[in-house]
Design a protein around this ligand. Structure first.
Ligand SMILES: NC(=O)c1ccc[n+]([C@@H]2O[C@H](COP(=O)([O-])OP(=O)(O)OC[C@H]3O[C@@H](n4cnc5c(N)ncnc54)[C@H](O)[C@@H]3O)[C@@H](O)[C@H]2O)c1
Ligand SMILES: [Zn+2]
Length: 376
């Protein structure tokens, strides 16, 4: 690719995924601008030290048309990572930050004829709800999220939408019907559909990357709502057992952040997956209980995780990404879970005293109904 085609805007470039992508792009010879408002829940102490000084940093909100217009000046490729996330009770804020700001950015590029030649948007495997599952009678099915009443009754299984039998999880390919059954997931669906359909209308290449659960150094240690590895680490470092929801048998597809960053670079530098949603993850299942044990072992803290008869409405039981599509352009996850957790723990060691934010936020999580009690 010619060097004049390598000017990137990374929105949310101060965050976990964005900042690693910024570093990778700079290493690959790109010119990089960041647009980030340093959302206080993520960046408790303001501008983080890890923001690469070789990138241009613009403090601003993606919702602000003036800030976005200035950030888009002279840009070839937009990596749109900024978003509001997690299990939060807000509705309007998700729509504004995720859906509205994306639409506004796309309109601006189109209506002002800006020379952007590709938009890569951060979507999520959350668009699949429970993802693909296998029913002994009906084969592959796509169950919806489990109703809160079912979880409240202590039944954590994912049932077949046709015959209600318990299903087993199978890797979820991009063709699995999605939809978005939480406000966050709904706005991720909005973002990827807006970007992909705008791409068809304008002829500007686009890709929507559906990330699985991403972790690694720089993952906020201050957010009690998201990032299971961050939460378990801060609990264990404070001598507190990790808290499991349901029975801890949920499985996650955990992907090291550098693998996610590399997937962004790969899709930006080929036209093979243009116009498509593309899964990116590890393709491997790990139960949340096993994860807690792996982290405790690596930290050398002999605390077993606790399941206290609680659940989170809207939580996904077991969603593993089928990564065949992105493998066709040479993607392969490079960092194993154990190696990735070791890298994260090393980084935490450089972060000073770590508070148990989760423990402090627990009462609030219950009061807001984000965490509820099983009544079986
Ligand atoms: N981390 C995951 O497991 C995961 C999984 C699936 C999808 N995603 C998506 O990947 C993207 C990046 O997530 P992350 O894990 O790096 O999150 P993060 O919270 O670490 O980073 C997001 C960044 O966006 C910034 N931001 C938030 N609202 C903004 C606004 N209104 N204007 C400007 N900047 C704003 C924040 O300050 C932060 O630096 C998001 O779109 C997220 O939905 C993440
Ligand atoms: Zn069935």
């Amino acid at each position: 690719m010619p060097s004049q085609g390598k000017r990137a805007l990374v929105t949310g470039g101060a965050g976990l995924i964005g900042s690693h992508l910024v570093d990778l792009l700079l290493r690959e010879g790109w010119t990089v601008r960041i647009l980030d408002n340093l959302e206080p829940q993520t960046h408790k102490y303001g501008k983080p030290a890890w923001i690469n000084s070789a990138a241009e940093f613009c403090l601003g909100n993606v919702q602000d048309p003036a800030a976005m217009r200035a950030a888009l000046e002279g840009i070839d490729v937009v990596f749109h990572e900024a978003a509001y996330g997690g299990y939060m009770p807000e509705m309007a804020k998700y729509v504004l930050v995720n859906s509205f700001a994306t639409a506004q950015m796309l309109e601006m590029i189109r209506d002002q004829g800006l020379p952007v030649r590709k938009v890569v948007v951060a979507s999520s495997q959350a668009v699949y709800s429970e993802g693909a599952a296998h029913c002994p009678e009906h084969g592959e099915v796509a169950p919806r999220l489990r109703p809160a009443e079912q979880l409240r009754a202590g039944d954590f299984a994912v049932h077949c939408p046709l015959c209600a039998r318990p299903t087993t999880s199978v890797p979820t390919p991009e063709a699995t019907p999605g939809g978005g059954e939480t406000v966050y997931a709904l706005t991720k669906v909005d973002q990827e559909r807006l970007v992909l359909l705008w791409g068809k209308q304008t002829g500007i290449p686009t890709v929507a990357l559906r990330y699985s659960c991403t972790y690694g150094p720089r993952q906020s240690l201050f957010n009690p709502y998201t990032g299971v590895i961050a939460i378990f680490c801060t609990r264990l470092l404070n001598g507190q057992p990790p808290v499991l929801y349901e029975d801890g048998g949920q499985t996650r597809d955990l992907c090291f952040v550098e693998d996610i960053a590399r997937a962004n670079l790969l899709v930006a530098t080929t036209d093979k997956l243009d116009g498509l949603p593309v899964n990116v993850g590890s393709g491997r299942a790990t139960t949340v209980r096993d994860l807690a044990r792996i982290i405790a072992a690596q930290l050398g803290v002999a605390l077993e995780p606790l399941a206290r008869g609680e659940f989170r409405p809207g939580e996904i039981r077991s969603l593993i990404s089928d990564i065949s599509r992105i493998r066709t352009i040479g993607y392969e996850p490079q960092t194993s879970l154990e190696a990735g957790i070791a890298r994260y723990i090393d980084w935490i060691g450089t972060q000073g005293t770590i508070d148990d934010y989760f423990g402090k936020a627990e009462a609030g999580l219950r009061a807001k109904g984000i965490v509820q009690r099983v009544q079986a």
